[in-house]
Write a new protein. Structure first.
Ligand SMILES: Cc1ncc(COP(=O)(O)O)c(C=O)c1O
Length: 524
């Protein structure tokens, strides 16, 4: 800690925070760390991911250096330890296969696998600096290639890109979709052209999608549902639609998109693209909540794994994952995208263009220790561990439902309901328009009411997100007969109780307010 290199302060603070959490033995779901990061509460990462992160900080080795330190400690051959982590045993990456792949593609492909591992485990990578094509990045991209392959995606070399989380990758993707590839004309001038367009999103979409398209004179179009019928209808009169966005676990509703629905979407897109080979429509598959399932019997399907007769969805889909949610690595701000897509007329693939763009912005220069920790999170967090987190969220959901029942009981009728999400961390509180004053025209008004109803009184306020931010009130769609507010369950039980204490106060007041009182509150 003595010689802090300028620019790495955040990193050291971050590692110190992780180390202190470990010391206080707050790891995994049980303690549900509740670290307050970026305005939200998150679970702690798997302890082995933290250890890998810390190990790199101290020793500057790759992830393999950490794994071999475990092998030495337990006196087991390194190869045996690698074989322990594989999908058949409930993990997401097949470490043995991933390192074999890395070996075959390395300059040591003529030596034995064991010699390669020996060299790789000793490889040192410093904590700072940009990583373009260094061994550390090769290691993580190779491991993540294996991760995507285990989701059923036919990923080849150079078809995975790393960015600083979903949002960063989405921004880069939108920039690629909305501009043509760089073409240098005969006079050496860059004749890159703008090619603005539309991305279809469902009513109830992740709120932060909205900004990136606007930077490129482009836009989102909210449609009622992302399914075969709605997409087919939109494509009949396509206009400038470039892509369709879907989230396999929807934020805010927590609904898991069923495999059948995705197969229907795949049929429509493959059939459309067969007829429009020079101007295909692309699909953005948001899979940041991979695995965080709250109900038994449900599973997550990857649409990019569907192959048709003559082409495959992988060639039109950009699948994005991020460890910030399910794997509890919110602080790391790293995500990965995989795709075989290429825009007709471009000289390089969408993934290569995203890489070039992010390298230019410097966002591929993720701090190495963090990158090692993230890849460790993918390698060492088994589905069992994620299920424990989900069990915690389920218990929070039951707690929330009890609060809601008690509020309705006090009011004397069902004034609000909450949903029963399939996955994820959020709940929607639903208020029927017929029960609300006409002064509350939309969910933003409702939110304003809750922010203001007890203005200047300590310990009353709270923040939830209004449904309007998720496209629930899109002007091109029929009005819903309800308004919603979204809140999170990923917090301590006592904080959830406090949230409902404040919510209750506001709701009970709202149910009995006089027009003039409400008008005054909304105007504040
Ligand atoms: C559906 C969905 N996609 C993407 C993100 C953002 O992911 P990241 O933190 O990697 O930018 C979120 C975060 O809330 C989300 O709910």
């Amino acid at each position: 800690m003595k010689n802090i290199i300028p620019g790495t302060l955040t990193h050291y603070i971050e590692v110190a925070r992780l180390v202190s959490k470990k010391k206080s033995k707050i790891t995994g779901n049980l303690a549900a760390v509740n670290a307050h990061i970026g305005g939200q509460f998150f679970f702690s990462p798997h302890p082995m991911a933290l250890e890998a992160h810390i190990h790199h900080t101290k020793n500057h080795t790759l992830l393999l250096g950490y794994i071999s330190s475990l092998a030495e400690k337990d006196k087991v051959p390194l190869v045996d330890l690698l074989k322990k982590f594989c999908p058949a045993k409930g993990y997401f990456i097949d470490l043995y296969e991933a390192y074999k792949d890395l070996w075959k593609r390395s300059s040591m492909d003529k030596s034995s696998f064991e010699d390669f591992l020996d060299w790789q485990k000793k490889e040192k990578i410093g904590s700072t600096g940009y990583l373009d094509n260094c061994h550390g990045q090769n290691e993580s991209l190779s491991l993540m290639k294996n991760y995507f392959q285990n989701l059923g995606l036919p990923v080849k070399e150079n078809q995975v890109v790393m960015g600083t989380g979903f949002k960063n990758l989405f921004n880069a993707l939108v920039a690629v979709l909305m501009t043509k590839d760089v073409v240098v004309d005969e006079e050496g001038k860059d004749s890159r052209q703008l090619s603005p367009g539309t991305i279809l999103v469902p009513r109830g979409h992740y709120q932060s999608l909205v900004k990136a398209p606007s930077f490129h004179n482009s836009r989102l179009k909210v449609i009622e549902k992302i399914d075969a019928d709605h997409i087919r209808e939109e494509l009949e009169n396509r206009g400038d639609i470039k892509a369709v966005y879907l989230s396999v676990v929807a934020n805010p509703s927590g609904a898991i998109m069923p495999e059948e629905q995705m197969r229907g979407i795949a049929d429509v897109i493959l059939e459309y693209n067969k007829r429009n080979i020079n101007n295909p429509v692309f699909l953005i598959a948001d899979q940041v909540y991979n695995g965080s399932i709250l109900k038994k019997g449900l599973s997550i399907f990857s649409i990019a794994s569907v192959s048709g007769e003559s082409s495959s969805m992988y060639d039109y889909t950009i699948t994005i994952v991020s460890p910030s949610k399910t794997l509890g690595y919110a602080s790391a701000r790293i995500g990965f995208a995989a795709s075989g897509a290429i825009i007709p007329g471009d000289t390089t693939s969408i993934i290569s263009r995203m890489k070039a763009l992010m390298a230019h912005e410097g966002s591929d220069g993720v701090e190495v220790s963090t990158e090692v920790g993230v890849v460790g999170a993918y390698a060492f967090s088994s589905q069992k561990w994620i299920n424990k987190n989900s069990a915690y969220i389920r218990s929070q959901l039951i707690r929330a439902q009890k609060h809601v029942d008690s509020i309705n009981n006090d009011i004397g009728y069902t004034f609000l309901t909450i949903n029963n999400p399939d996955a994820g961390w959020y709940i929607l509180s639903k208020f029927m328009r017929k029960d609300l004053s006409p002064l509350i025209e939309n969910s933003t008004d409702l939110m304003v009411y809750f922010m203001n109803y007890n203005h200047c009184t300590p310990n009353t306020g709270f923040i939830t997100r209004p449904g309007s931010q998720f496209g629930y009130e899109a002007p091109n769609l029929p009005q819903n007969d309800f308004l919603i507010l979204r809140s999170t369950l990923a917090m301590k039980p006592e904080d959830l109780d406090e949230f409902f204490r404040r919510f209750r106060e506001g709701i009970i007041k709202l149910a009995s307010l006089k027009e003039n009182e409400l008008r005054a509150i909304l105007k504040e």
